[in-house]
Design a protein around this ligand. Structure first.
Ligand code: GAP
Length: 581
C-alpha cells in the first residue's frame, strides 16, 4: 500500500473509522467493519446522497433483499458474464487477478488488461515473466480463466433452489419494475434509488476498503423515454467538469479537458444528455462531501471496457495514493435489463402510456390454415406460424404476392398467401407500451468514505505542536461538536455534561471529553475531523456563554448558551460561516 494508504489505515483503526473484521481470528480478506467514527461518517455520506439523488431529484427509494434466485441472474447475464480473470499458482495454490498482475508489472504499458482476451493476458504474463506475488514461482505456464464473482447459496434446505447474493443493488430495482411503473402511474421519466449491500467474491481484495467482498452501493436507476424526455440540463450547464475522454486517453499527450457541461454536450464529448446532466450534478455533490477537485476526474470507458449492458459509460475517479480509483460508474443501460427480465418472465416490463385521444390504426394479422401447414410442414409448422405473425407485423408488404417466404432454422419455406389468413384489421388503441431506457449513476459508498478521509487528511503545526486534522465538511464529519469543561472542578464538569446532553437533544452529534490538557483534547477532535469544539469555563457559569473553536482556523469566539444549538446547526448545515459569528 502507498504511504497515504498506510497512514490512513493506521488512523482508521486507531480512531474507530474501520478495521479488518474478526482480527482475533486472523481477519478475513475483503471484509471490514466500520467503527463508531466510520459508521457515522458513512451514514452522513449516505444521507447527503439521499438528499441529492432522492429527495431533491424527486425520485423514490426502495429496499430490496440481498439474495435473489438463480433465474434473476440468468436473465441479467451475471451468471454468464460477471467474471474476472483468474490465474492460479501451481506452486502455492494462491489465486490472483491476472489482469492486475499484467497492469502492475514494471515493464507493462497496458492500462486496461481487463479489456483483453484471456489468452492475450496469459501471453503477457509469460512475456513479462510475471511471478506469483505470494511465493515467487513463475506463472508463465498457467492458464488464465474466468472466475464468476457471485457468492452462491441455497434458498431453503437442499440444493433445489440456488440463489446468489446480489452483486449490484440494481437488479433488486429491475426485477420489480412493473410495481414501480404502476406506483409512478405509468408516467415517465421516474427514478428508483436504493442504498444497500452488494457482494462480490473478489479474487484479490486489496487496498483496505477500496476493493472488498461486501460493500455498500448507492444506485439510482432513472427510467426515461428516449424520444420524449430530456434532462434539465440548464440547471448544470455552466458547471465545469474535468473530462478524460476516449480520444484524450488515446492521444499521446492527452490529459484532462476542463469544459462546461454545455460545451461537452455541444462538442459531442459526452453523447448522452442524461449522462452529462448527472456528471454536472455529481461534480457539485462530490465537492459538497469533501472530495478534492484537484484529485478528481471523469474518465470515459474504452470500448473494450464497457459492461455487457452499457453503450456509454463514464467513471468518476479519485486519485488515491498515486492511483486513479473508480468511485462511481455513470452508464446508459438502454433497455437491456428490462428486455431480459421481460423475456425470462413473459411479463410486461414497460409502461403503458395513454394517448390523449384513442387512435384507430391498421393492424396486419395472420390466421394460418393449420389443416394445410400441419401435413405440409410437420414439426416445423408451429415455428412457421410464429414467423408468419412476426413477418406480418414488421413487413406486411411481404404478403402482397401469391406466396410469402419465411425462414425457419436456416430453411426457406414458401407458403401460399391464401393459406396464411393474412388480413389488415382496423383497431382502436387507447395507448401504447413503452420500454424505458435506463440511466444509471452507481456509487460505491465505502470508496467515497475512503476518498473523503484521504482528501481531507492534513498535517500542520499549531502553537509549535504538530497536529493531524481531517478537514472534512461539517455536514459530513462524524461528530459535529466536542464539548469540554476547562477543568473537571468547581461545577464546570457537571455544566459541560449537561450541555453535551442538551446539544444531543437538539439533534447534534456530540462528544464529551474531560481528560488531559485542553490542547490535547482539541488535537483528538481535529484528528477525527470534528469541526467545532465548545469549552465550558468560569464565564459560562457567570455569563452563560461558551467558547466555540473552529477546527481549521483554530479561531475562537464566544457564543451565548441560548443561541448555541441553533448556531452549531447553522454552521453544520452551511447556513452560516464561522467568520460571520
Ligand atoms: N450497477 C452497476 C455497478 O454495479 P460497478 O461499476 O460494478 O457498477 C459501482 O460498481 C460502484 O461500486 C463502483 O464505482 C465502486 O465504487 C463500487 N464497487 C464495485 N466493486 C467494489 C468492491 N469490490 N469494493 C468496493 N466497492 C466496489
Amino acid at each position: 500500500m502507498s504511504d497515504e494508504g498506510d497512514r490512513l489505515t493506521e488512523l482508521a483503526k486507531r480512531r474507530g473509522f474501520f478495521n479488518q473484521t474478526a482480527e482475533a481470528y486472523g481477519g478475513v480478506a475483503g471484509f471490514y467493519t466500520y467503527g463508531p467514527q466510520g459508521a457515522a461518517l458513512k451514514d452522513n455520506v449516505e444521507a447527503a446522497w439521499r438528499d441529492r439523488y432522492v429527495t431533491r431529484e424527486g425520485h423514490m427509494e426502495i429496499n430490496a433483499p440481498t439474495i435473489m434466485p438463480e433465474p434473476v441472474f440468468e436473465a441479467s447475464s451475471h451468471l454468464e458474464t460477471f467474471t474476472d480473470m483468474l490465474v492460479e499458482c501451481a506452486e502455492c495454490g494462491e489465486s490472483h487477478r491476472a489482469d492486475h498482475l499484467v497492469e502492475d508489472h514494471p515493464d507493462s504499458a497496458v492500462e486496461d488488461a481487463e479489456a483483453l482476451p484471456n489468452e492475450e493476458v496469459a501471453d503477457l504474463i509469460a512475456e513479462y515473466g510475471v511471478a506469483c506475488p505470494t511465493c515467487g514461482a513463475a506463472l508463465a505456464e498457467e492458464p488464465v480463466e474466468d472466475f464468476n464473482l457471485m457468492f452462491e447459496t441455497n434458498i431453503g434446505p437442499g440444493s433445489s433452489s440456488p440463489g446468489y447474493l446480489r452483486p449490484e443493488t440494481a437488479q433488486g430495482i429491475f426485477v420489480d419494475f412493473p410495481q414501480w411503473a404502476e406506483y409512478a402511474r405509468n408516467q415517465l421519466p421516474f427514478g428508483v434509488a436504493q442504498i444497500g449491500r452488494a457482494y462480490r467474491n473478489e479474487i484479490s481484495p486489496r487496498k483496505s476498503i477500496i476493493r472488498v467482498r461486501e460493500f455498500t452501493q448507492a444506485e439510482l436507476e432513472h427510467f426515461v423515454d428516449p424520444d420524449e424526455d430530456e434532462p434539465p440540463l440548464e440547471r448544470v450547464e455552466d458547471v465545469v467538469i474535468p473530462l478524460y475522454s476516449v480520444s484524450q486517453q488515446e492521444a499521446d499527450d492527452g490529459g484532462v479537458q476542463e469544459m462546461t457541461v454545455r460545451e461537452a454536450v455541444d462538442e459531442g464529448v459526452i453523447d448522452s444528455d442524461w449522462l452529462a446532466y448527472y456528471l454536472g450534478l455529481s461534480k457539485e455533490w462530490y465537492e459538497r462531501i469533501g472530495v478534492d477537485m484537484g484529485r478528481f476526474r471523469y474518465r470515459q470507458h474504452l470500448s473494450g471496457e464497457l459492461s455487457h449492458y452499457a453503450s456509454e459509460c463514464w467513471d468518476a475517479e479519485g486519485e488515491l495514493g498515486g492511483d486513479w480509483v473508480e468511485l462511481t460508474g455513470f452508464a446508459t443501460r438502454g433497455t437491456y435489463d428490462l428486455d431480459k427480465h421481460a423475456e425470462y418472465t413473459g411479463e410486461e416490463f414497460s409502461v403503458f402510456q395513454q394517448y390523449d385521444e384513442p387512435v384507430t390504426v391498421e393492424r396486419p394479422t395472420v390466421d394460418p390454415e393449420m389443416s394445410y401447414l400441419g401435413p405440409e410442414f410437420g414439426g416445423a409448422a408451429g415455428d412457421i406460424v410464429d414467423e408468419l405473425e412476426s413477418l406480418a407485423a414488421r413487413d406486411p408488404d411481404a404478403f402482397d404476392g401469391e406466396t410469402v417466404t419465411v425462414e425457419v432454422d436456416g430453411d426457406s419455406h414458401e407458403i401460399p398467401v391464401e393459406q396464411t389468413g393474412f388480413a389488415v384489421e382496423e383497431v382502436t388503441e387507447s395507448g401504447e407500451h413503452v420500454r424505458p431506457h435506463i440511466i444509471e449513476p452507481s456509487f460505491g459508498v465505502g470508496r467515497l468514505v475512503y476518498t473523503v478521509l484521504a482528501h481531507s487528511y492534513e498535517e500542520d503545526e499549531v502553537d509549535g505542536e504538530e497536529r493531524t486534522r481531517l478537514a472534512m465538511p461539517p455536514e459530513i464529519a462524524p461528530t459535529t461538536v466536542g464539548v469540554f469543561p476547562l477543568m473537571d472542578k468547581d461545577g464546570l464538569g457537571e455544566r459541560a455534561r449537561e450541555l453535551a446532553s442538551e446539544l444531543r437533544e437538539a439533534g447534534l452529534e456530540v462528544t464529551y471529553d474531560d481528560s488531559g490538557a485542553i490542547g490535547r483534547r482539541y488535537r483528538r477532535q481535529d484528528e477525527v475531523g470534528t469541526p467545532f469544539c465548545v469549552t465550558v469555563d468560569y464565564e459560562t457559569l457567570e455569563e452563560a456563554t461558551v467558547t466555540v473553536r473552529e477546527r481549521d482556523s483554530t479561531e475562537q469566539t464566544r457564543v451565548s448558551l441560548s443561541e448555541l444549538a441553533e448556531t452549531l446547526r447553522g454552521l453544520r448545515d452551511g447556513d452560516v460561516a464561522f467568520g460571520e459569528l
